[in-house]
Design a protein around this ligand. Structure first.
Ligand code: HEC
Ligand code: HEC
Ligand code: HEC
Ligand code: HEC
Ligand code: HEC
Ligand code: HEC
Ligand code: HEC
Ligand code: HEC
Ligand code: HEC
Ligand code: HEC
Length: 327
């Protein structure tokens, strides 16, 4: 056997047996291809950004480059916007107007500064280029869209923290425009909104909804049942205004009458039940008396928990004897 041939055979045997075993049996190595392409995507995106960032760099007083600390800054993700996806290609702004030599505004300006702000519909359409989908299906025609509120009236995109996305800071954003609700949430009885436990967006979809008042669900009640499931029923004896709308009696934002009541019982009940109280028995005339029994000495109907002294099951009763919501 020629020495070279012998060597080849030895090499072959070695590679077929133990020598290469380590590789053959090693677990699948991760596919590095994806990371490399992400790197390419990132480089390409940054190159596109450089059209703007060569001037708008870290020397800006307003935060611009901190965009890279947000989800819109994930340059390795091909879905991520570049500066121009939001602000438009803005050629005349980048190059300066060839005729007048003046730097005109970028195509889309979101915040007042050196240039006037773009129309709200134009601003929102830039965001909606990417953010359509279920949560914003009802944006068009909803209260906010209809009243000149744009996406960036609530959202800040260049800062690392977008206040409106956090339960704790979200109310501040809404209160900029909704003063009445700010007052309500500070009343004695309130949902723990300022405490950061319940947020406006637990009940509202600010982007639009198929329900009333931008409700997150289709009705007010469905919205409340998300957390107060025990009020859903079904009940053997229902109380009609409860089935209809919790907001008949409650102000969900806050009230000085606990628990979140719109007015004080017995008056609240008497807004609907204004006839004479039929109950002369089993509690006797002086007990139930008249519903509006204020012509005589105050009776049990109107003191303390008022009507709820007896009608404790205002939300509905499951007792076979609960037809009058007393048990
Ligand atoms: C996701 C959309 C979006 C992208 C991407 C984006 N911007 Fe903005 N830009 C905005 C919005 C909205 C504002 C208004 C202020 C805010 O929300 O932070 C703004 C504000 C600005 C301002 C004014 C700053 C101020 O607060 O007055 C400058 C300058 C700016 N952007 C430049 C850039 C540059 C440069 C890039 C790329 C690195 C970029 N933008 C990428 C949406 C975007
Ligand atoms: C050659 C330099 C230059 C380039 C390139 C440039 N800008 Fe500007 N930009 C300016 C100047 C100067 C202003 C005037 C306000 C200022 O001094 O910040 C301005 C203002 C803006 C404003 C308004 C900021 C405010 O405070 O009102 C936005 C938004 C903006 N540029 C976005 C962009 C975007 C997006 C690009 C890339 C497509 C870009 N710019 C490219 C120089 C530039
Ligand atoms: C070119 C597409 C594109 C455009 C234009 C765009 N976005 Fe985004 N946006 C994205 C992507 C991608 C994400 C990350 C989504 C994910 O992680 O699932 C995102 C995420 C977000 C988030 C969630 C951030 C978080 O921290 O969870 C908000 C809010 C948002 N965008 C608002 C806006 C607003 C407001 C505008 C217009 C000023 C806008 N976007 C324009 C692509 C875009
Ligand atoms: C009235 C205030 C308000 C306006 C206007 C608004 N948003 Fe939002 N947005 C919120 C709140 C609050 C949240 C967090 C709660 C939630 O997820 O619904 C949010 C969440 C988001 C998210 C992250 C969650 C998700 O849906 O994936 C995106 C993306 C978003 N908004 C995009 C937009 C776009 C695009 C517009 C304009 C068409 C817009 N928003 C207008 C208040 C607003
Ligand atoms: C830039 C101002 C602005 C901001 C910020 C804002 N809103 Fe509004 N909102 C409006 C305007 C304007 C209307 C329509 C007129 C009205 O009913 O007062 C409205 C209406 C509403 C309505 C009533 C809808 C209807 O059908 O009557 C609800 C609910 C609402 N906003 C919730 C919110 C929530 C929740 C936030 C914060 C996530 C918020 N808004 C932030 C301006 C704003
Ligand atoms: C527990 C659920 C809930 C929470 C949390 C909540 N809301 Fe509401 N909101 C409602 C309901 C229900 C209505 C409709 C009330 C009615 O029909 O009387 C409403 C109505 C509104 C309206 C319209 C008022 C009108 O008279 O047309 C605005 C504006 C509003 N809410 C803003 C907010 C803001 C801002 C926050 C956060 C600070 C918030 N809401 C938190 C349930 C809620
Ligand atoms: C995201 C969850 C959530 C939703 C949705 C919700 N609630 Fe509540 N609710 C709470 C929490 C949390 C409390 C406070 C419980 C506590 O303090 O022990 C509360 C308390 C209450 C109270 C008692 C307040 C008091 O002072 O004792 C009433 C009444 C009430 N909610 C009515 C409603 C109505 C009406 C709706 C629908 C418009 C609703 N809730 C929707 C979470 C929710
Ligand atoms: C007819 C008026 C009325 C309607 C409508 C109504 N409530 Fe009430 N609710 C009350 C009264 C009165 C109390 C106080 C009960 C008491 O003191 O015994 C109360 C108390 C509550 C409480 C706190 C005490 C408890 O029982 O847990 C919650 C939570 C509540 N209601 C949720 C709801 C929800 C959710 C709806 C809609 C499905 C609703 N309410 C509809 C009158 C009403
Ligand atoms: C928004 C109007 C409204 C309010 C407020 C209201 N109710 Fe009612 N209530 C009704 C209606 C409607 C019925 C059904 C009447 C019927 O079936 O004849 C009803 C039924 C009842 C019944 C059962 C009577 C029967 O014949 O079945 C009782 C008891 C009752 N309500 C007590 C109360 C009490 C106590 C309050 C205050 C906490 C109250 N209601 C607040 C509208 C209201
Ligand atoms: C001391 C107990 C008691 C108090 C307090 C009381 N009720 Fe009643 N109520 C009853 C009883 C028991 C019935 C059963 C019907 C009967 O016996 O005539 C009844 C029946 C009713 C009915 C249904 C029959 C009818 O008369 O229309 C309504 C509605 C009603 N009460 C409303 C109220 C309202 C509103 C208040 C508060 C202003 C109130 N009740 C306070 C014991 C009471």
């Amino acid at each position: 056997m020629k020495p070279t041939k012998f060597l080849l055979i030895v090499l072959f045997m070695l590679s077929a047996s133990g020598f290469n075993m380590g590789y053959a049996q090693s677990p699948q190595l991760p596919n590095l291809g994806e990371t490399i392409s992400r790197e390419i995507i990132a480089k390409e995106a940054l190159k596109k950004d450089a059209v703007c960032t060569k001037c708008h760099d870290e020397s800006e007083t307003a935060p611009v480059l901190s965009l890279y600390q947000t989800k819109h800054g994930l340059r390795g993700d091909s879905r991520t916007p570049t500066c121009q996806s939001c602000h438009g290609s803005s050629e005349k702004h980048v190059k300066g107007d060839p005729v007048t030599k003046v730097r005109v505004a970028p195509d889309f300006v979101f915040k007042k500064g050196a240039f006037p702000v773009s129309d709200d519909k134009e601003r929102s359409s830039q965001c909606l280029n990417c953010h359509t989908g279920t949560k914003r299906n009802n944006w068009d025609g909803a209260a906010h869209q209809n009243n000149g509120v744009a996406c960036n009236s609530c959202h800040t995109v260049h800062k690392p923290q977008d206040k409106v996305l956090s339960k704790v800071t979200q109310p501040e954003v809404c209160f900029n425009c909704h003063k009445e609700q700010r007052v309500d949430t500070k009343k004695i009885s309130h949902h723990p909104i300022l405490e950061g436990k319940v947020s406006c967006s637990d009940c509202h979809n600010p982007h639009g909804s198929s329900g009333p008042k931008l409700m997150k669900k289709n009705t007010v009640n469905e919205t409340c049942f998300q957390c107060h499931a025990e009020k859903r029923g079904p009940f053997l004896f229902e109380h009609q205004p409860v089935v209809e709308d919790c907001a008949n009696c409650h102000n969900p934002h806050g009230s000085n009458i606990s628990p979140l009541l719109k007015s004080r019982p017995p008056f609240m009940c008497q807004e609907c039940h204004d006839g004479p109280h039929a109950s002369q028995s089993p509690v006797g005339p002086s007990a139930a008396g008249k519903q509006a029994g204020l012509t005589v000495a105050p009776n049990k109907n109107v003191v303390g928990r008022a009507c709820m002294n007896c009608h404790s099951m205002v939300h509905g009763s499951n007792s076979p004897a609960g037809g009058y919501l007393q048990r």
